[in-house]
Design a protein around this ligand. Structure first.
Ligand SMILES: [Zn+2]
Length: 176
């Protein structure tokens, strides 16, 4: 049996005219070899639908690279904001100490002493607060929740203490 041109059509995945399609269908009905070939082609085509389109992996990689760039830029900005705010905050806190240190060392010593006294009494107050809270709050909270609460409150309390101390120092400086 002559399998041409049907074999070539099937193998090349040729786009057939209606007349060619009719011819092929007639041949396929009589030829097991070509109908098997047609079925294989059909199976290949349907599996080709599942496999990604050409350029998919390239586009995916490009998207990934773009995402990485955005992420890196975001991380860089985060770091810049973190550093700037950190420097700003620490200079805000340290400015009175530095200025008093340059103006007079004795006054700086008194300032430092008053700061540590204030810090100490504040920490005592915070400690009292904690003990009261520990008595009041139910003790069935899981330990990690306690860790989170205590560390968060300690950080806030320290910041609060320092800022209040700084404000009181400034007021004293104005009235003196
Ligand atoms: Zn055939």
């Amino acid at each position: 049996m002559n399998h041409q041109p049907f074999e070539t059509w099937l193998l090349d995945d040729k786009v057939l005219t209606p007349a060619e399609k009719r011819e092929l269908d007639t041949h396929l009905r009589n030829c097991k070899t070509c109908s098997a070939l047609a079925e294989t082609g059909l199976a290949l085509r349907s599996s080709r639908i599942i496999t990604p389109k050409p350029g998919f992996s390239m586009r995916f990689q490009q998207k990934l690279a773009a995402q990485k760039l955005v992420e890196r830029r975001r991380r860089l900005w985060g770091m810049i904001v973190f550093i700037v705010s950190g420097v700003g905050l620490s200079s805000w806190f340290l400015a009175p100490a530095i200025t008093s240190l340059t103006s007079s060392p004795v006054e700086w010593l008194i300032t430092a002493a008053s700061f540590f006294l204030y810090l100490f009494s504040s920490l005592q107050a915070i400690g009292d607060m904690f003990s009261v809270m520990a008595r009041i709050l139910p003790s069935f909270l899981p330990p990690y929740a306690w860790m989170v609460i205590v560390s968060g409150l300690a950080g806030v309390g320290l910041l609060w203490t320092v800022s209040i101390w700084r404000l009181s120092r400034r007021t004293q400086g104005v009235t003196a």
